[in-house]
Design a protein around this ligand. Sequence first.
Ligand SMILES: NC(=O)c1ccc[n+]([C@@H]2O[C@H](COP(=O)([O-])OP(=O)(O)OC[C@H]3O[C@@H](n4cnc5c(N)ncnc54)[C@H](O)[C@@H]3O)[C@@H](O)[C@H]2O)c1
Length: 370
Amino acid sequence: MKLQKIEFKNKEKNYSIYIGEKILKILPSKLKLLCPGANKIALIFDKNIPNKFKKTLINKVKKYELTIINFDANEKTKSIKSVSSILNKLLSNNFHRSDIIIGIGGGITGDLSGFVASIFKRGINYVSIPTTLLAQVDAAVGGKTGVNSPHGKNLIGTFSQPKFVISDTYFLKSLKRKEMVSGYAEILKHAIIKDTKFFNWLKSNTKFILSKKAKNLIYAIKKSCKIKLHVVNKDVNEKNLRMILNFGHTFAHAIEVKNNYSKSFTHGEAVLAGMILATKLSIVKKTCSKKTLEDILNIYKENNLDYTYKKYNNFRQILNLVPFLKNDKKNNDEKINFILLKRIGQTTKPNNYKITLTSFKKDIKKITQY
Ligand SMILES: NC(=O)c1ccc[n+]([C@@H]2O[C@H](COP(=O)([O-])OP(=O)(O)OC[C@H]3O[C@@H](n4cnc5c(N)ncnc54)[C@H](O)[C@@H]3O)[C@@H](O)[C@H]2O)c1
């Protein structure tokens, strides 16, 4: 499959996302074209990226003066302390606004590098090279950057777009299945909320995505980015519509907080569990049919993903999530603000299903019937 390109365009900014297998060769010409005044590049690498990938990349930019930063990416180091240390390195090395930062890694490295770039001298050129499936279909798309605070996840950040994004599926070769599943969850979510045809395609292609077949991966990444960009473009600063991207995430965040963000159950696995809970709640609230739930469950069963929701399908397990549901950031009053499903391809409108805790507790018994 030849190089795929998606363009993000709004009033203030436009940039491209390039998707393909072994496409790093395009990097030098894009840098020259889009960052013409640059002499220096800071490469912020996720430490876990195999050395051969790092060497390939360094080779492509060796004519620039390079600063190489190996970042130990985890939710603890996604912090202001790491930001400050990187900013100091850039300042000591006399980086100018016309120079470049390239972030190469998963969503953590991308969020942090993008944030550093957006505040360094009020904004230095930023290029994103996402290397996890989750980052390629979600984190690197849409312009949210940021770090965690002791008060919570992603509480410090900016909206800032990169110069361009290169999503090379070759990087995914070294990714564990658990991380592939984590990214796949967001692909499936995008199909469920916006695209019936894509959902039907996933019915027979999920296995090829999870086994890293380039052609299927590229198609799924492209579709996914398009759906996310379409939604984001209508709501760049996250006022309203963008909330539909949170389908399944109200439950997922509760699951993650309850598990202390343990790596043993990834964000995507929590989203997979959360989407089933949200679909069951949709049946209880009569917004969607049992057939829709069955359609979604079939994909899980055929691809060994049902372990995710089975952890959260009895009364007690769901009740234990309630204290954490309350703290979801979409809630703007005492109620839980759910995005529910109407059918494959369509959710309920944001803010239409705000449910009190007392009412939700009553719904739990009904949820477990499905
Ligand atoms: N900005 C956004 O819109 C947005 C959207 C979704 C998620 N996020 C953020 O993204 C983060 C999660 O991203 P993630 O799932 O990519 O996690 P991550 O960055 O922790 O990466 C997952 C794991 O894969 C490793 N890794 C990365 N690339 C690799 C490669 N090519 N080969 C082998 N190992 C590799 C990492 O070191 C890490 O251990 C969260 O912090 C979340 O808040 C941001």
